[in-house]
Design a protein around this ligand. Structure first.
Ligand SMILES: [Zn+2]
Length: 230
């Protein structure tokens, strides 16, 4: 088995046809030629190399967050739109709706968070853990949801992952200890972690930093923490 995954960063995260994001280039003859050229290229041996998850394009609009290319993502992953939506709503701990090719979530969520959720979904519900390929299907066996791989024939139960860096929402109580990954920085210079409807403030936290914190105070959706040695 080839093992050519590039360990650093995310291989081929960018869409392989950059023009896809721009309506104008869709009719560009160059684009057409490029597509034609691609279609004549022999298939790469590693499916993973031609598989790319579209970068989530989301923006905050009023009190909601719009995921503009929701349908495109679901279609690329070849997963049911409702299934993807249910996952996103569950992880964000909010309500929302599918609106044509977009998804709309109640609440303000940063693009980085939406993107990391799409990546989690891809890992959990799309990529075969045996061979790393995306040529899989979700099948129900008794009551267990299985990810079955068409490429290697492998299958595994879908993990009901409750957090590597995203703890479940009911852990948000005063005195609780959490391991979190700082997502951004507030205007006052505190690290920020969004968890469902909660916003955690981590004193001195920097984006990407993994920290252990204790919740000192919960005020509505605002959560204050202190850092612990991890
Ligand atoms: Zn496989």
């Amino acid at each position: 088995m080839l093992n050519s995954q590039k360990a650093s960063g995310h291989p081929a995260t960018e869409a392989f046809l950059p023009g896809r994001t721009n309506r104008k280039t869709m009719v560009d003859p160059y684009e057409t030629l490029l597509k034609k050229a691609y279609s004549h290229v022999t298939e790469p041996t590693e499916a993973r190399e031609r598989f790319s998850v579209p970068e989530a394009r989301s923006y905050i609009e009023g009190k909601t967050t719009v995921l503009e290319n929701f349908a495109e993502i679901a279609d690329t992953l070849r997963r049911d739109r409702d299934h993807l939506m249910k996952f996103l709503l569950g992880e964000l701990g909010t309500a929302g709706k599918i609106d044509g090719s977009r998804a709309i979530f109640n609440g303000k969520f940063e693009p980085g968070l939406i993107n990391s959720l799409i990546k989690s979904y891809t890992e959990d519900y799309v990529i075969c853990s045996e061979c790393g390929k995306p040529d899989t299907r979700l099948v129900k066996d008794d009551r267990v949801l299985l990810l079955r791989c068409d490429a290697c024939g492998g299958h595994r139960p879908v993990r009901k992952r409750k957090a590597r860096t995203e703890p479940v929402v009911n852990e948000v109580t005063e005195g609780a200890t959490l391991d979190v990954e700082v997502q951004s920085v507030s205007r006052r210079g505190d690290g920020v972690v969004r968890m469902g409807k909660y916003i955690l403030y981590i004193p001195g936290g920097k984006p990407g930093q993994k920290v252990r914190v204790r919740i000192t105070r919960v005020s509505g959706s605002i959560v204050f923490t202190e850092r612990l040695p991890s």
